[in-house]
Design a protein around this ligand. Sequence first.
Ligand SMILES: *Cc1c(COP(=O)(O)O)cnc(C)c1O
Length: 504
Amino acid sequence: MRAPEASMVHGLTAQQEGEASGPPPASPKDLPAVDRLLRSGAVQVLVQMHGHQLVAAEARGLLEAWRAQALAGQLRLADIAAEVAETQLAARCRARLAPNMKTVLNLSGTVLHTNLGRAVLADQALAHVTAMMAGPNNLEFDLATGARGDRDDLVESLLCEITGAEAATVVNNNAAAVLLSIAALSAAHPGGREVIVSRGELVEIGGAFRMPDVMAAAGAQLVEVGTTNRTHLRDYEAAITPRSAMLMKVHTSNYAIQGFTSAVDESQLAPLAHAHGLPLVTDLGSGSLVDLSAYGLPREPLPQDMLRAGCDVVTFSGDKLLGGPQAGLIVGSREAITRIRKFPMKRALRMSKLPLAALEATLRLYLRPELLAQSLPTLRWLTRPQADIRLQAQRLQAALAQALAPRYQVHLRDLQGQIGSGSLPVERLPSAGFAIAPVSGPGLERPHVGTALDALSKALRQLPQPVVGRIADDALLLDLRCLDLPAHEAAFLAQLPRLQEMLA
Ligand SMILES: *Cc1c(COP(=O)(O)O)cnc(C)c1O
């Protein structure tokens, strides 16, 4: 049963309301006190659910907003009826508790989208994270001896088995792996800290990660050799002095230099480095662990290729083509990895237990390579056939067209997607989906097309599970490649009525 004040919190009777001609305005003095609002029956239910602090803070916020509206003459008595107060307060508490981070439907056409969190974890990785984080675990505890263990031990032998490396260690991300490898190996060198890199490989990966800056942060001196488009073995050779600490290769994974080009590959560079007693370090970036050409995709160099070619250290990301959590993987010779692991900076860059659990479970999937295209979402999406995506687009077109009518038209369209995260930059993934354009007619001139498309993409982003597409060629494109599971398709369809409301 409701408390009596719940139905007339603000001392307003139904009779008074009925007598007013036109909607009666509310003035600040009509607003209830916070305490009175909190005592009403339905609000008490909220207090029981969330506790006093949150509900009281939201009640004050609601009353402040009302006061401002009242002073502006924009509040009616009906707006502050008890039922309205309760509903609004419940909504404010819900909104306050809703996390900022939410899952989105990635229809951008870029499978590994850095702004959308890159790789999506496999079910096995998700389950392992949940299980491991629910209690204490053997993160740094050797269960065989009862002595202190090393967190690297959880994944080192797996990484060695998969890549053929002698030793491996892991850090927070690949930027950290590069920074740590350069710092540890150049600090160990007695003569100097010069790192020799080709001018064609002084890449910026995004954000503030530029190779020259990373060198400086690692306390090393960059020695550039060759030119932007061509670097030869003799260029490296001429740059080697007693101050040289290492030779370095950086895979230009987010762009391609094409035309009159020449680069020296690892198998030529390794003998030169070793003849001078220097290590060869390669930053591979995306780090696919399986040959993608077996899946009809273009081949990316593998860490195992780099090690076979004679590299002493190879670094790569965990959340690009590998399909795991954010991580920086460092594989190589026992000597180099031991140096890197012992360097004090390693402690500051170490991986946390949460992604480490995800990484171990993800790496275990590689022990059953025949199942990878099913078990690893990244590989599942990359290998999804265009015909399958086209069929899905045909299946969904009518429902989407109906939700967007009459202002927008939905066309089926073959699209070109991409892998993303700098992987295989010039390759395109033949895909399919929708091209959505505003319905043309009088009053819809060209400048309005952009405004109409912005309004639509904003509405899509504001759905409970935001939908992210891309605008190109005077249309909003929705690439369905990553919408492959029945649950994803159902989530997309379930939001269409809401989308229709938002656009009305
Ligand atoms: C992506 C990339 C990095 C940075 O890796 P993060 O895991 O994002 O820190 C460094 N080098 C190359 C070549 C890359 O492609």
